[in-house]
Design a protein around this ligand. Structure first.
Ligand code: ITT
Length: 192
């Protein structure tokens, strides 16, 4: 089996990515903890490619990276690519977002995820995007998931991401949709 390094330091993402990649014929490996990639891109796609490419080059293996975040309409798309840098902890980030949104009536937002796969020489082999529309609640609801999940409400499901089971989130989330687009392309990859 070909090794695929999962290039993330976020444990919540790692769990979800491992579930999406299970049974696809790759030998999954964890990113060496000390290897950190600076996210200098202006878009999710640029940062996903940067992370996949640098980790592939550093390890000499295939690598998969996810760049994702929450874009809030009333905040002109913020925090967007800065979602991870919005605060020190998940609780800080949620608090800051709720504070900035205040009593704004337009709570529309979308979660975006771009997944990139790089070859051992750092070139990008595949890329896919997934988007999940929703709304920002006034206060957190639910104990599951990670990150902004407790304040992200999906109207069609009448649940926040944090209230969904793992399988539900897997089906409806931005990450789930990105993997849905990526997986059919994965089987076409020429591994060398
Ligand atoms: P890596 O770069 O190491 O993968 P990261 O947490 O820094 O980890 P990003 O730069 O892509 O990842 O930042 C994504 C931010 O958006 C981060 O704060 C996440 O917690 C949050 N996020 C992404 N997907 C999410 C999801 O499914 N549910 C809740 N929050 C999510």
């Amino acid at each position: 089996m070909t090794v695929l390094v999962v290039a993330t330091s976020n444990p919540g993402k790692l769990t979800e990515m491992q579930a999406h990649l299970a049974g696809l014929g790759w030998e999954l490996a964890l990113k060496p903890e000390a290897l950190e990639v600076e996210e200098t891109g202006d878009t999710f796609a640029e940062n996903a490619c940067l992370k996949a490419s640098e980790i592939a080059l550093a390890t000499g293996e295939w690598a998969i990276a996810d760049d994702s975040g929450l874009a809030v309409d009333a905040l002109d798309g913020a925090p967007g690519v800065y979602s991870a840098r919005y605060g020190k902890t998940d609780a800080d980030r949620i608090e800051r977002l709720l504070h900035e949104l205040g009593n704004e009536l337009n709570r529309d937002a979308q979660f975006v995820c771009v997944i990139a796969i790089a070859r051992p020489d750092g070139t990008i082999a595949l890329q896919a995007e997934g988007v999940c529309p929703g709304r920002i609640l006034h206060s957190p609801r639910g104990d599951g998931g990670f990150g902004y999940d407790p304040i992200f409400y999906v109207p069609e499901q009448r649940l926040t991401f944090a209230e969904m089971s793992r399988d539900q989130k897997r089906l409806f989330s931005h990450r789930g949709k990105a993997f849905e687009a990526l997986v059919p392309q994965l089987s076409q990859l020429t591994l060398s």
